[in-house]
Design a protein around this ligand. Structure first.
Ligand code: XIL
Length: 340
């Protein structure tokens, strides 16, 4: 009977079912609502192995409401301005690590991670760099900045935005004009990443930009081609930061496609500067859900704490109101982070 064709046929559906169940396992596990529910953003994100961070301004840390929220809710911090070139190296070869250290050391002492933002950027760049028009000098200046800053923070920073906002807006899909592009050529990006890998091999090296959240945009495609090219040629890159500064509608419909397409190139994706005009629950939910749905989307940072701390004055784009109270979007984010 066991060997009869009939019973053999009858076994097939059972085997097929078993195979289907086994194949479906990882997906089922990922989609299942997390049973344990935490009570802060950082702890809730940790249930899926992610971090949830905020941009922090050194000058606000004396405000106890602000500092209380930072310490309670977030598992990662990014210095909002204190690790930018104009603060770190205001004149050639003279480095000012005080404000950045204040943020980093405070965070590390509390068990929070630190994102490094940012090494090479055309903005918040001191005049002396902008007026360096000799290629050999600029190359030395750029590499010295990367090396000195990364050595200083070596072992303390989980991910560095090595290059920020190098691509042009609009339809070109190419690099924007900047002293780096104009004097060193497009190769400055590759050089920056190679220098960064040598300076701190333990840090993840990210390319970070805005308006690269909509998959079909020329700018998104340009960054995608660069990352693909870097991976193909062995240029070190570990992550792409999608800044995720959104209008009232939140992320574009293709946001998850963008995240998963970058991830498929073999890099992590992080939402690095999330804020959404008006902070609707639906918009925040869909931004966070897109990240949760991609295994290699490893963390989310919101660009500030209370609305009154935001760089987008009057747009109320954050998760806490001016009084430090949790807004409705906070609760939506918590529920999406928990798998709901
Ligand atoms: C912003 C800060 O929030 C402001 O305080 C500062 O005046 C300007 O820069 N993209 C970035 C961030 O990569 O560094 C910017 O931060 C916001 C846009």
């Amino acid at each position: 009977m066991r060997s009869s064709p009939r019973s053999g046929r009858r076994r097939l559906p059972a085997l097929a079912l078993l195979a289907a169940a086994v194949l479906a396992l990882p997906q089922a596990a990922a989609a299942a609502p997390a049973t344990a529910q935490a009570d802060t953003l950082g702890a809730q994100a940790a249930l899926s192995g992610r971090y949830f961070g905020a941009a922090v301004a050194a000058g606000r840390l004396g405000d106890s409401t602000y500092a209380g929220i930072v310490d309670r809710e977030f598992s990662s911090v990014t210095a909002e301005n204190e690790m930018k070139w104009d603060t770190l190296e205001p004149s050639r070869g003279s480095f000012n690590f005080g404000p950045g250290d204040r943020i980093a050391d405070r965070a590390l002492a509390r068990g929070q991670k630190v994102r490094g933002h940012t090494l090479v950027w055309h903005s918040q760049l001191p005049g002396w760099v902008n007026s360096t028009r000799d290629a050999n000098t600029l190359r030395t200046v750029m590499n010295n900045h990367i090396t000195t800053v990364m050595n200083h923070y070596r072992g303390k920073i989980h991910s560095w935005d090595v290059v920020n906002e190098a691509f042009a807006d609009g339809g070109s899909g190419g690099l924007r004009g900047s002293v780096f592009r104009d004097v060193l050529g497009d190769g400055f990006l590759e050089e920056a990443f190679r220098t960064a890998r040598q300076a701190d091999p333990s840090a993840k090296l990210c390319y970070n930009d805005y308006n690269i959240e909509n998959w079909t945009d020329a700018k998104t495609q340009g960054v995608y081609r660069m990352v693909r090219d870097f991976k193909a040629r062995g240029v070190p890159i570990d992550c792409v930061g999608l800044q995720s500064h959104f209008g009232t509608g939140g992320p574009p419909a293709s946001f998850q496609t963008t995240i998963s397409s970058f991830a498929a190139l073999g890099v992590d994706v992080q939402l690095t500067e999330l804020d959404i005009e008006g902070a609707s629950q639906a918009a925040y939910s869909s931004a966070v859900r897109a990240c949760m749905n991609v295994a290699r989307c490893t963390g989310i940072t919101v660009w500030g704490v209370r609305d009154s701390d935001s760089w987008r004055t009057g747009q109320n784009p954050l998760l806490f109101d001016n009084g430090g109270n949790k807004k409705p979007a906070y609760h939506s984010v918590m529920s999406v982070l928990g798998g709901a």
